[in-house]
Design a protein around this ligand. Sequence first.
Ligand code: ATP
Ligand code: MG
Length: 574
Amino acid sequence: MKKLLPYMKKYIFFAIASPILMILEVIADIVIPYLMSRIVDVGIANRDIDYIVKVGLIMAGSALLGMLFGILSSHCGAKAGYGFAAEIRLATYQKVQKFSFANLDNFSVSSLITRLTNDCNTIGQVTMMSLRMAVRAPFLMLFAVYMAFTINASLARIFAVAIPITAIAIFIILSKARPLFKKLQTRVDRVNAIIQENLVGIRVVKSFNRQEHEEVRFEERNKDLKDTALSAVSKIILLMPIANLIIYSVTISVLWFGGRQVVVGTMGGGELISFITYNIQILMSLMMISFFFMQLLRGSASVGRVLEVMRTKSEIHEEKNPINEVRDGSVRFDNVYFRYPGSPEYALKNINFEIKPGETLGIIGSTGSSKSTLVQLLPRLYDVTEGAVLVGGEDVRNYNLEVLRDQVAFVLQKNILFSGTLRENMQWGNENATDEQIIDALKQAQAWEFVSKLEDGLEHRVEQGGNNFSGGQKQRLSIARSLLKSPKIIILDDSTSAVDMTTDAKIQQVFKEELKEITTIIIAQRISSIQKADRIIVMNEGKIESLGDHETLMENSPIYREIYVSQQKGVVGE
Ligand SMILES: Nc1ncnc2c1ncn2[C@@H]1O[C@H](COP(=O)(O)OP(=O)(O)OP(=O)(O)O)[C@@H](O)[C@H]1O
Ligand SMILES: [Mg+2]
């Protein structure tokens, strides 16, 4: 909790004002029963109308002031609580943005969503209530006990029995509910996980007709969540009737013993009335304290889950004095070994090669041969386990991360567009890109031919994930988006797999002729996509099987020859 306190800074005024105002409300609450006893014992007893009106007015004034302070206190509490939650949410979100791919492998997306929404909300609510209740309950109790003793010390001894009994009952109930609240949060996580997975893959679910199966899976987890929530709540709702029982029993005892004193004349009737009010206040504040602890339980589970995110160290560390310019587009891998975090085996072994600025490198190999893994090391999506990756003659770890990622553009194998207009999507590459620049990039990526046919052109809406474009269209848009960064190195990870051969060839040509100063790394399944590259790497089980241009590989690499022959067959067979 301490670690989160700095996020309260902006709202510290409200966080302090809320409990202070609350104390004022409590004072009003305490004064009112006292005034009431005066009206009965002095005003009514002496048939003094003036006195009754005077004290009555003070009582009404106190009630109004109490209400005013109460409203203000709630208002400040809400501001502090929800402001605090918003700050934490923002900080957590920023932290997640800094996560490396390795960090993201650790947390599931759905769990991150629950933490950012549910857990942050809970922290806000709990803070709001704590600011009020943590002050109100003990103060109200203290004042009320004091007043009760002042009115009638012998009668007040009843509390010596009533308070411990109430406290024990509350303690037993809460200790039973506590583990259930922890369980509840993980159940929410599980439901969110299934919702998220399903909505992202809703099209796949439908095309495989898996709705029913998925519904069953959902129902199970949903029921699990309901059951856990119910069993936690069923413990908690016991508190109410037990509290009522105690309050009524104590009230009856007070009436019994106090009534005798009134009859004998050692206690005023008004005093008895106010005594009963204080009695209720004392027991209610005990309830409030228990409720407060329960909230704290709920809150502490959420705080723990948010802190887990905040405490995660990004695997990618930045140099203190980073280099802010990438000299050129040369690339060198020096004895690189790489292992995914948590995986026992090396995904890359003994990788050594070099490319000069402006050259084109092709990478080919069977699926799972670590082609994507290899290129992910360039923009530092992951860091090497051993060895070094050099860009522009410098270890990638020495660069300012932003500069490095701007200069090394990566068109991911799974490319994603974001909801917004086409122009907005293109501006991801370069915020200041003009329409002219965007159109140029679209032309280079062979995307202009279909974008120009859209009625609204660059204003065209892109749906979430880019679902209103075909696979090949999305790929070309992603290439254009990366080109707008005007990078020194561009990596195309299987980025033309869904594009037809002719268009693919046109894209190759653009890279070869118009964009020849950009170092291009092309991962491809088709030999035709990389045949003309200056150099080609053949990957096999995380190692470089051979390296050379098309002709050399045809002579030296059995794997390359095999791929070539199999693809030729396809062409001849058509
Ligand atoms: N995030 C990850 N965590 C753990 N292992 C991973 C991760 N990503 C990939 N791998 C493993 O690393 C190996 C290489 O995967 P990679 O994605 O680099 O293959 P690829 O050559 O690009 O395949 P494809 O042609 O299908 O894209 C695979 O065995 C895969 O299971
Ligand atoms: Mg891949």
